[in-house]
Design a protein. Structure first.
Length: 228
């Protein structure tokens, strides 16, 4: 059996966490030969996120220092799988599609797979300002790092755990999403692919701080290119 760790960061996601975990097709993954663990990283929630995640069958670990990147690093440190898959706790990413994505990952002998929410023929349920921000960040990503990916901010990835040993992941916050792609695809020259997915409207309150997070992402893109 191959081992798969699904790592999900969560901060006050009691509305969507159960639905997110239940959508993971564990039986299908088992048929594919995966022994799967689900790790929810509770990033300081004050609601029922942890309790609901546990009831749904996930292993819950705590990371009290808040931050998207901090939560992921804690989850990766706890993960036992040789392959790691990720996504958000708000039911926006299609965990039900993991069998297809893992099949591509295996057939193409990839080291890193990232996903594209903006593919042709699919209208993403995202506010206009967020779409503009994503477009700008992806354009800057292209200028600094070349045509690696079209959706630089996507939060659903699959990768070999061994890559973490060579990555320089420093971001504590939202830039972690672009940083892990830069590390894998640009600096480590890992064999990668970007695969279209369907993205859904999130369940629960939006936590993205549009201007602050956007500027932080933009600065990280530039600093990473100049100082890595």
């Amino acid at each position: 059996m191959r081992t798969l760790s699904i790592v999900i960061p969560a901060l006050n996601e009691e509305e969507g966490i159960s639905q997110t975990i239940v959508s993971i097709p564990l039986e299908k993954l088992k048929e594919m030969g995966f022994d799967t663990e689900i790790i929810v990283v509770d990033n300081g929630s004050i609601d029922q996120t942890a309790a609901k995640a546990t009831s749904a069958g996930a292993k819950v670990i705590k990371e009290l220092q808040k931050g998207y990147g901090r939560a992921y690093r804690a989850g990766f440190a706890s993960a036992q799988g040789e392959i790691i898959a990720t996504g958000d706790a708000d039911s926006s990413y299609p965990f039900y599609d993991l069998p297809r994505l893992l099949d591509i990952f295996a057939k193409e002998n990839l080291d890193f797979l990232t996903t594209n929410r903006f593919h042709q023929g699919f209208s993403i349920p995202m506010r206009g300002l967020n779409k503009i921000g994503n477009f700008i960040l992806s354009a800057v990503f292209y200028l600094l790092y070349g045509n690696l990916v079209k959706d630089s901010q996507s939060g659903m990835w699959i990768f070999k755990r061994e890559l973490l040993n060579s990555m320089h992941l420093k971001s504590d916050g939202m830039p972690f999403s672009e940083e892990i792609k830069i590390e894998a695809c640009f600096y480590l020259k890992a064999k990668y692919s970007e695969v279209p997915i369907n993205y859904s409207k999130r369940v629960g309150k939006v936590k993205l701080r549009r201007v602050r997070d956007g500027l932080e992402n933009l600065i990280t893109l530039v600093v990473k290119r100049l100082t890595r």
